[in-house]
Design a protein around this ligand. Structure first.
Ligand SMILES: Nc1ncnc2c1ncn2[C@@H]1O[C@H](COP(=O)(O)OP(=O)(O)O)[C@@H](O)[C@H]1O
Ligand SMILES: [Mg+2]
Length: 147
């Protein structure tokens, strides 16, 4: 039984596979209390984009449009889990992905964190992405890295 699963999502194919893993666990009889879907909007990308377009868009616009886009995508994923009668909630945070994931884990105290072993920047020779590696190394709860 997992009372609460923290599911960090970067909307890559790898993070979507984590959803399938949760459905698979449920299908095999694992009881799942709640899944918290978390997306972290990378602060560095927002700042970079704001600087690139500083003359044409105002500062809050980039973060706001990333937030709206992420919420839409999280809503879709949430629906998939809800169709399988899994209770969900969503969170969107602005910050550095790995430290924000760790901070949220401290706050909500999940039974487990389930995340992809890599994300968007898959380099064949690397075993783990940097966010996955840091969270797996530093989290105080168990971490399942989905391949
Ligand atoms: N910004 C993010 N918000 C939420 N989860 C993330 C974020 N970035 C990465 N993750 C999680 O970490 C996993 C591994 O990604 P990452 O370590 O960034 O690999 P890569 O370096 O290949 O992009 C993803 O599958 C996802 O579960
Ligand atoms: Mg990444």
């Amino acid at each position: 039984m997992f009372t609460k699963i923290l599911l960090p999502i970067d909307f890559s194919e790898h993070s979507h596979r984590c959803l399938e893993k949760i459905l698979e666990l449920k299908k095999h009889g694992c009881r799942i209390g709640e899944v918290v879907l978390l997306h972290v909007i990378d602060d560095r990308i927002v700042k970079f984009t704001e600087e690139m377009f500083e003359d044409t868009i105002d500062d809050a616009y980039v973060a706001q449009s990333c937030q709206q886009d992420a919420q839409k995508k999280l809503d879709e994923l949430q629906k998939v889990l809800n169709r399988h009668r899994i209770t969900t909630s969503t969170m969107i945070k602005l910050g550095f992905p790995f430290s924000t994931i760790l901070k949220v884990a401290e706050e909500i105290q999940p039974s487990i964190i389930i995340m992809g072993h890599c994300g968007h920047n898959l380099a064949e020779e690397l075993l783990l992405g940097s966010v996955a590696e840091k969270v797996a190394r530093k989290a105080k709860v168990s971490v399942l890295l989905v391949r």
